[in-house]
Design a protein. Structure first.
Length: 93
């Protein structure tokens, strides 16, 4: 879990959600904000205590990618939701 944690990158831009995890075997996701349907957080009790958990990013077209051992997954979900709101507001102007 420590190697997974140290070799992972998570980012949110004004247009995309970017996630790259793994060291030997690499898994990545790049999804446009307007294609994100939801971000689900799964935190077991120990994850709540140590502030880590898994996220599922659900996108249009059936995309459903799970990423475990995310530090502060609630903050990640909140940031994605905020960027989606900002993106949608800018599209309606």
């Amino acid at each position: 879990a420590f190697i997974y944690y140290k070799t992972s990158e998570y980012g949110i831009t004004n247009k995309r959600v970017l996630i790259k995890v793994g060291w030997i075997e690499r898994k990545s996701l790049e999804l446009l904000l307007d294609k994100v349907e939801g971000v689900l957080v799964d935190q077991p009790i120990i994850g709540r205590i140590l502030n880590y958990g898994a996220i599922n990013v659900i996108g249009t077209g059936g995309t459903n990618d799970r990423f475990p051992f995310i530090p502060d997954p609630q903050l990640f979900r909140k940031n994605v939701q905020q960027q989606i709101e900002i993106y949608e507001e800018s599209m309606h102007k």
